[in-house]
Design a protein around this ligand. Sequence first.
Ligand code: G3P
Length: 217
Amino acid sequence: MKFFVDTADVGDIKDLLSTGLLDGVTTNPSLVAKSGRQFKEVIAEICALTEMPVSAEVSAVDTDGMIAEGELLANIAENVVVKLPLTLDGLAACAHFKRKKIMTNVTLCFSANQALLAAKAGATYVSPFIGRLDDINLEGSDLIKDIRKIYDNYGFETKILAASIRTANHVTQAALAGADVTTIPPAVIKKLAQHPLTDKGLEQFLNDWKATGQSIL
Ligand code: G3P
């Protein structure tokens, strides 16, 4: 499963790129607003840091507007993935970008039927929001499982990008459900490697090693 980081914070992206764990970046209008930065500038800066896919979301809601904005965003860098809302207008724009061989991420997906439409529109990625489903007491991971089965039934090439990740458990659930990618907030990525027994075991190893009086170098 590929790991994307879900942020527009350039500092967090730089830190996580150095871990070698990242395969891409996703942003959305809320994350860009949180960054306090000019949208096109921050996307250009992120794309200068990495050649990995970087999702940048349009603000228009009509097909022509999405196409105009998406083409401008795609011109910022070759690794820009145009992010489009899962609406009929967004799907029409998605089909346009498919014909133009521009990568797309169809977002705000909350049902298997929506994901089926995204695949039929030729989306590169579809972003089912599992955290927001959990927030209303539904099982977000079940959606990933349903999409995985539907896409495998018909050989759709669209990649399932599990989004709206709130916890480390969500990452596990997305992997078990067969997501191709999960996009994870920086704080959650950092938690994935943590376990108290690892810390305890390492402390014991180091204490026992220190008692030998040896050094490796
Ligand atoms: O960026 C898309 C998605 O990951 C946002 O998730 O629910 O935390 O706003 P959320």
